[in-house]
Design a protein around this ligand. Structure first.
Ligand code: LLP
Length: 437
């Protein structure tokens, strides 16, 4: 049986989230439907802040906007005091629109354009540089604007992490960051620039990491560099350790547990604290969690169109990898429940498949579920991070709606896309325009 996380419950056989009945939500708003519990996001944020603050007074959370870029999610986190790690002009605009302060944002990315740098300079948003080419580009742009741009460099710490290879970002072979051995040269180059001021250092080793040890090693590498760079004259305002703490996806059987936020803080922050105390400086320490803030806040509701007994028993639902790409991209596991009979015992083994025209469109393999029939509602758990944000219109399917719930209230926070939305960006080259004559 699935052991539900505390913000989900079962009442009258129905799965409840944020005090709302998922069966009623599906009836009111249609399926597929992402449903997010606001309270859970706030609770996660507060737990993170108190875990970090117990070790160091100046901590800041820069929510990784890519995990879930809905403006309302950013607003909720802005209200809590968060800033954001933004990875594109779009994310930067959304974060500012949500009310986040420019000085609480960091514009990250390994392939930023001139327009990206110009936007950061004009909005007063700090930039994490990923190459010396970016340094030269930003120096030039800041000079043209008559400004000094505050920056960090992203470090590649060459740390192996126990996660899916596609989301390990701090390996020596990764495209991200500047090798630790070359970082002092990069900062020397930045210190020599007239219109750039290096005031921070940045790193991010990967995502869905279920062990705190790689984070501790990352902090050690970073603090060695901070020590060296401090003596070269860098005046640190922030040290950004990135995101990546994993979450528990398996709530049945014996899936791995995730470290607690307090466990992360107590293995990482003392490493920073002792070096900073020795140097006599007190910059802010930033982290950039995405998944651990929003993942468990959300369920994806999807209707069973048909059940087919073939090589396996296939449960054909109305959401596929167009809406939740993770199982197909990373072989990831998401718990699946039958939301309208959530406390019924399993009666067999089912494979949950989407409507996309690809054999690989499988969201859950060989799951024990109660006798599923057409018309049932399934809930796919822990879909708040990299769910909607990675959704596409593949196979001519508009993306679905998103609903926000809070203490029994529910409202749309994004409507579903229509056929008109699918057509909205199309243009017809002149030679394909049908001549009425
Ligand atoms: N900071 C930077 C610079 C990042 O690139 C990322 C994630 C984060 C922070 C947040 O990491 P988190 O705390 O969420 O692990 N689509 C993949 C995950 C890609 C992560 C990309 N970068 C997935 O669905 O598992």
């Amino acid at each position: 049986m699935v052991k539900l996380p505390p913000h989900l419950s079962v009442q009258n056989q129905h799965l409840m989230i944020g005090g709302c009945d998922t069966v009623k939500l599906a009836f009111t708003y249609g399926t597929p439907l992402y449903v997010t519990d606001e309270t859970r996001i706030r609770d996660n944020y507060r737990e993170w802040i108190s875990a970090l603050s117990a070790h160091y007074p100046l901590v800041r959370i820069l929510y990784a906007a890519k995990a879930n870029g809905n403006l309302n999610i950013l607003k909720i986190l802005a209200m809590e005091g968060a800033g954001a790690d933004v990875f594109s002009a779009g994310e930067l605009h959304l974060a500012l629109l949500a009310g986040m302060k420019p000085e609480h944002l960091l514009f990250n990315g390994s392939s930023k354009t001139e327009a990206d740098h110009r936007l950061a300079v004009s909005k007063g948003v700090r930039v994490s540089l990923d190459s010396l080419d970016e340094l030269a580009m930003l120096d030039q742009i800041a000079e043209e604007a008559g400004k000094v741009a505050e920056v960090s460099f992203r470090v590649n710490p060459a740390i192996d992490v126990p996660t899916h290879p596609k989301i390990a970002t701090g390996l020596a072979t990764s495209k991200f960051g500047i090798p630790a051995a070359e970082i002092t040269d990069a900062y020397a180059a930045a210190l020599a620039c007239k219109n750039v001021a290096p005031v921070g250092i940045h790193c991010h080793i990967g995502s869905q990491i279920l062990d705190t040890e790689p984070f501790r090693r990352e902090a050690e590498v970073m603090m060695e560099l901070v020590d060296e760079l401090f003596h070269m004259g860098v005046k640190f305002k922030f040290i950004d350790l990135g995101g990546g703490l994993g979450v528990k996806y398996e709530h049945s059987g014996s899936g791995p547990d995730a470290p607690t936020f307090a466990g992360y803080a107590s293995s990482v922050l003392p490493v920073c604290k002792s070096v900073l105390a020795r140097l006599g400086i007190q910059p802010e320490i930033w982290i950039e969690p995405g998944r651990s803030l929003v993942c468990d806040s959300t369920v994806l509701l999807s209707k069973v169109n048909s059940v087919k007994k073939a090589h396996k028993t296939f449960v054909n639902i109305d959401a596929g990898f167009n809406l939740l790409a993770r199982p197909v991209m990373y072989d990831s596991y998401h718990e699946v429940l039958v939301a309208n009979r959530a406390d019924e015992a399993p009666d067999g083994t089912y494979t949950v498949t989407g409507p996309i025209c690809e054999t690989g469109d499988i969201l859950a393999h060989d799951r024990q579920l109660p006798g599923v029939v057409a018309g049932d509602l399934v809930a796919i758990l822990d879909t708040g991070a990299y769910g909607y944000s990675m959704a596409s219109q593949y196979n001519g399917r508009g993306r679905c709606a998103e609903v926000l719930v809070r203490n029994g209230q529910a409202e749309l926070m994004r409507r579903a896309e229509t056929i008109d939305d699918l057509m909205a960006t199309l243009k017809t080259p002149s030679w394909l325009q049908v001549n009425p004559e």
